[in-house]
Design a protein around this ligand. Structure first.
Ligand SMILES: Cc1cc2nc3c(=O)[nH]c(=O)nc-3n(C[C@H](O)[C@H](O)[C@H](O)COP(=O)(O)OP(=O)(O)OC[C@H]3O[C@@H](n4cnc5c(N)ncnc54)[C@H](O)[C@@H]3O)c2cc1C
Length: 451
């Protein structure tokens, strides 16, 4: 029987938890970041489990319907700087005509069919013999006094269980395990807001930014500015990410619930505007799909052995322990009113709002500039968490650097690095002491491009 304590708490009786499985590496969070971490570790012959709370792998790229992977070439589109599992996945999707490749396009290099990606990730996980747990939530950890994680607790249809492992990779985006390890984190006051995406037919050719803001008062939705993208193979459906739920920290359960419902209300408002003000479109108008989980841009960001700064990024600082390359511009969505600011390597800067764009420069036109940036492994590890590796959008970067590296083609590489680093830490080496030369060597062997 539960014992009632003070007014707002209740004591849960203690109980023994069954060990669901014992593995070498346990990955929490199954976006491409987490899935690629698991696959890289499993391809080294390790026993690997992956835990994902939703019904599929892929995170924002599948559940969130976000279908764009950015540039894998340098800033002048000359040299390949990203490969590994991202490119392998793209090649596999090409065989199914499930990806559109756009040449010299700063906004989208690969446009993916997110449903085909879902099935492809299943295949990759299966082939690598990773032990998958879908519909399974990470919900706590057993942590020793020296900071080592002994096991994590999970919950699913079978109830509560535990997974023991030598090394744990936190790829939950929000850093749920890292938080339980008491790794310090921050949540910005001006968080980049989340978005509910929808696949919608019948909006082709409408300037949604203008149309939405013209009619938004009538539908009680805030001023906003987003984007949309055609899906591969010319289907008459676009993915629309037109709105934001401002002020929501979706690592907070109450705010997450509110944001999910509010984001869906925005989609309906958008469609109702068309029904009312463009009745001639009603016949084509159709909501095909909604993101099964609101797309998160930013929540907790954790401190690690190194914080990547915007200065390092935009000046192309080279790191001895670089594990990822990227070119995606600094892209910070405004916390209110919609739109974003882009800061490019070549010195251009543009602020986009619902009512237009304003261009300026942050670097002199005559200055030389780097063609890509790097992420050091030290942004993913802490010395007080000896068997934890962080991967994905929780890693240590300041606001500007974070605005650039948070995109998938870049985050995917942090997953791959985490998987390879976990294999190197299996002999008991603390994760923060993994040899960067060996790590880069392993990454390169597995198909990643190390510069
Ligand atoms: C609307 C929108 C548009 C975007 N546009 C682009 C774009 O065009 N191109 C681009 O590259 N990037 C884009 N981004 C950014 C990009 O999608 C994210 O930054 C990126 O997906 C982060 O990857 P991640 O693996 O760290 O996190 P996520 O993709 O959020 O993955 C985290 C995973 O962990 C799981 N998880 C979380 N908590 C738990 C738990 N407790 N137990 C088990 N599982 C858990 C989640 O279900 C999820 O699968 C966009 C983001 C949004 C929201």
């Amino acid at each position: 029987m539960p014992i009632l304590c003070a007014m707002n708490t209740i004591t849960e009786p203690s109980r023994d938890i069954p060990i669901t499985c014992e593995v070498d590496v346990c990955v929490l969070g199954g976006s491409c970041t987490g899935a690629f971490a698991a696959i890289r570790a499993a391809r080294r012959g390790l026993k690997v489990a992956i835990v994902e709370k939703q019904n599929r792998f892929g995170g924002v790229a599948t559940c969130g319907l976000v279908c764009i992977w950015h540039n894998d070439l340098d800033d002048q589109y000359d040299e390949q700087i990203i490969a590994g599992l991202s490119l392998e996945t793209v090649e596999r999707l090409k065989r199914r005509d499930a990806v559109e490749v756009r040449e010299r396009n700063p906004d989208a290099r690969y446009v993916l069919n997110t449903e085909e990606l879902t099935i492809e990730l299943d295949e990759l996980i299966r082939e690598a013999q990773v032990q998958p747990f879908l519909h399974t939530m990470y919900c706590g950890a057993a942590i020793a006094e020296d900071g080592r994680i002994e096991a994590v607790f999970i919950e699913n249809k079978d109830g509560r269980g535990a997974i023991r492992a030598q090394v744990f990779i936190d790829a939950t985006g929000d850093g749920d395990l890292s938080k339980d390890c008491r790794a310090p984190f921050s949540v910005q006051d001006d968080l980049q807001p989340p978005t509910t995406c929808g696949k919608i037919a019948g909006l082709e050719g409408i300037n949604m930014r203008q149309f939405y803001n013209q009619h938004r008062d009538e539908f009680a939705v805030p001023k906003d500015a987003g984007w949309s993208c055609r899906i591969p193979n010319g289907a008459p459906v676009r993915v629309h990410a037109e709105t934001h739920v401002f002020g929501a920290n979706v690592a907070d359960a109450t705010q997450l619930t509110h944001a999910e419902m509010e984001g869906r209300r925005h989609i309906r408002a958008m469609m109702d505007m068309v029904r009312k003000h463009m009745p001639e479109r009603r016949e084509q108008l159709c909501l095909y799909d909604l993101s099964s989980s609101i797309g998160t841009r930013e929540t907790r960001r954790f401190r690690a052995e190194h914080q990547l700064t915007e200065h390092e990024l935009l000046h192309g600082h080279r790191f001895y322990d670089a594990i990822a390359n990227g070119t995606y511009r600094v892209d910070i969505h405004y916390p209110e009113g919609g739109g974003h600011i882009f800061r490019y390597f070549d010195g251009r800067e543009v602020s986009t709002r619902h009512d237009g764009k304003v261009w300026s420069r942050w670097r002199d036109e005559a200055d030389a500039y780097p063609l890509f940036y790097q992420i050091p492994y030290r942004t993913m590890v802490r010395r007080d968490c000896p068997n934890l590796i962080m991967a994905g959008r929780m890693i240590d970067a300041d606001q500007g650097a974070y605005g650039a590296i948070r995109v998938m083609i870049t985050m995917n590489q942090t997953g791959e690095a985490a998987g390879e680093a976990a294999a190197l830490a299996l002999d008991g080496t603390p994760t923060w002491q993994v040899d960067p030369v060996a790590l880069r060597g392993r990454l390169s062997e597995g198909g990643s491009i190390m510069k």
